[in-house]
Design a protein around this ligand. Structure first.
Ligand code: ADE
Ligand code: ZN
Length: 322
């Protein structure tokens, strides 16, 4: 059986908001006098994307101090190391963190301190993808990009957009200018699409937002011309099969299009999205897919290599990993 932990790989679609430990959230609540949203065993319970995103607002609302953020970042890198991840791009969406709305730069600094300390201790390096929420306005999007341009923090590698496309309608046009400015400022661009939107969301991500990577993107499978385009342009999809089942995009791995996309020549990688909230790990996601699609060792090695190639690690680090 393949050693899924030892496999050289990156995680390129994961949210720091999805990596909390229940004990830490409960400690935050005790420190700030916040009542728990549910008993400990149901603290991370949500049934669909809408409920899930509401839960994120509550969970992140318990983080009040710089130390709490730095500890979360440190533990994130530790978690990556335990799964054998050699580099991670992690998404943080400031809208979920009410205590930090007026100090996004301070929030980025606090996470940076935790990632830097973790790397010093031998845990894998991490790049930060700062994310808009689908329901934000064009002006709010531009404000975030201007802030990122002002602070030019070396930890920040990309602009991202996540959240519920179904709740926001077609948002490509609304965010086009913000993404154009992010690209001009030298940031990479990664876009959640084709999860709560169909293939049209993926097209907008490419045509209007200049995405160089798509988070999810799985519903591109419904449009064969789009699949051809992704393969031709080699636009990578950061796919999260276990999340797609948990949040109801597909009923089973047998219905999941990751293998069909791979066979069509689209660069696909396996990721976890929100591992602690969905109670999974990266190695478990690889193992579940390998079994469902009867992948041989070479196919698995190629998928892991794609995750590294698709990451925003610098070329020297990629070469060392591969
Ligand atoms: N934020 C955290 N997880 C997400 C997901 N699966 N889709 C959209 N936004 C998210
Ligand atoms: Zn995601």
């Amino acid at each position: 059986m393949t050693d899924f932990i030892g496999l050289p790989k990156a995680e390129v679609h994961i949210h720091i908001e999805g990596c909390f430990e229940a004990d830490d959230v409960i400690a935050n609540c005790e420190a700030a006098g916040i009542p728990l949203r549910a008993p400990r065993d149901r603290l991370f319970e949500a049934h669909d994307l809408k409920g899930f995103l509401e839960m994120l607002d509550w969970l992140c609302g318990t983080f009040r101090t710089r130390e709490q953020l730095a500890t979360t970042a440190y533990k994130f890198a530790q978690r990556m190391g335990r799964s054998g991840v050699r580099y991670a791009d992690v998404i943080v969406n400031p809208t979920h963190w009410p205590h930090w709305h007026k100090d996004i730069a301070g929030m980025i600094d606090a996470f940076d301190a935790g990632f830097a300390a973790a790397e010093q201790d031998g845990h894998p390096p991490v790049g930060l993808c700062v994310s808009l929420l689908r329901t934000q306005s064009a002006a709010e999007a531009i404000e975030l990009v201007e802030l990122l341009g002002d602070i030019r923090h070396r930890r920040v590698v990309a602009l991202s957009v996540d959240g519920n496309e179904a709740a926001a309608g077609r948002t490509g046009p609304r965010f086009a200018e913000a993404f154009r400015r992010a690209g001009a400022a030298g940031l990479r661009r990664t876009v959640h699409a084709g999860e709560s939107s169909g293939p049209e969301g993926v097209r907008d991500a490419i045509d209007l937002l200049g995405a160089d990577r798509i988070d999810h993107g799985v519903r591109a499978i419904e449009d064969p011309e789009l699949v051809d385009l992704l393969a031709r342009k080699q636009i990578a999809l950061g796919i999260c099969p276990v999340s797609n089942l948990a949040l109801g995009v597909y009923r089973s791995l047998a219905d999941h299009p990751i293998d069909a996309l791979r066979k069509a020549g689209v660069p696909v990688s396996i990721n976890t999205d929100d591992p602690s909230l969905l109670d999974t790990t990266l190695e478990a996601s690889y193992a579940a897919c390998a079994e469902a699609f009867a992948w041989d060792d070479e196919t698995i090695r190629q998928l892991a290599a794609t995750s590294v190639q698709a990451s925003y690690a610098d070329p020297a680090l990629k070469a060392r990993i591969l």
